[in-house]
Design a protein around this ligand. Sequence first.
Ligand SMILES: [Zn+2]
Ligand SMILES: [Zn+2]
Length: 205
Amino acid sequence: MLNYELIKEEKVYCAYCKFIEKNSLNNKYNNKYVNERLNKLEAIFDLKIEELGEEINNEVCSCKSPSWYMLYASYLEGETPVICGDCGKSVPLYRLPKIMGQEEYFQELNWQRDYQNVDNLYVSCLSDRFTYRQMSNPNSQLSKKGRKICHEFEKSTNKPFYYYLANLKKNLNRCPICGEEWQNSNNSKTVDFKCEKCRLVTDKE
Ligand SMILES: [Zn+2]
Ligand SMILES: [Zn+2]
């Protein structure tokens, strides 16, 4: 869920929300904060959930078992920073294990927020050198944080987990970590190139 609008209609309060999947509200996905708030709300209100319809721009992965994943964000708001390597659609975080001893997905969401902030600055041309480096250099603070998340997810899922490196000036002709040529991803739904060894992916432009 990204956001909600709270509308008061006489004695009824309606919160209009968007969810990534039909079953996103299933209790099994609740964390302790959700349960705490839910208990408080249930003590005061008679809660009802009504489905209004399907959001047509929602693109969620429905693969049974993705063969690989990538960590990806952009200045455009995204529901989740994880993309399925097979279909190229979003993977809800609650489908993935919790990593780094967290009870939640704060590291992943913080990384996504940081990336969006940096990308926004880049798009507004306010700090080209800094933002370009953060997104295109695999050893920038932002990339290191992201690659650590990929590494931890790979350990927990036993599936290849790649980090998306932005090829903003179309000059990443080779993998910037090992210096070897990129391999073709052979999947037009996701990315153009990958380096299996370094777990990096990128696009031609
Ligand atoms: Zn998928
Ligand atoms: Zn490499």
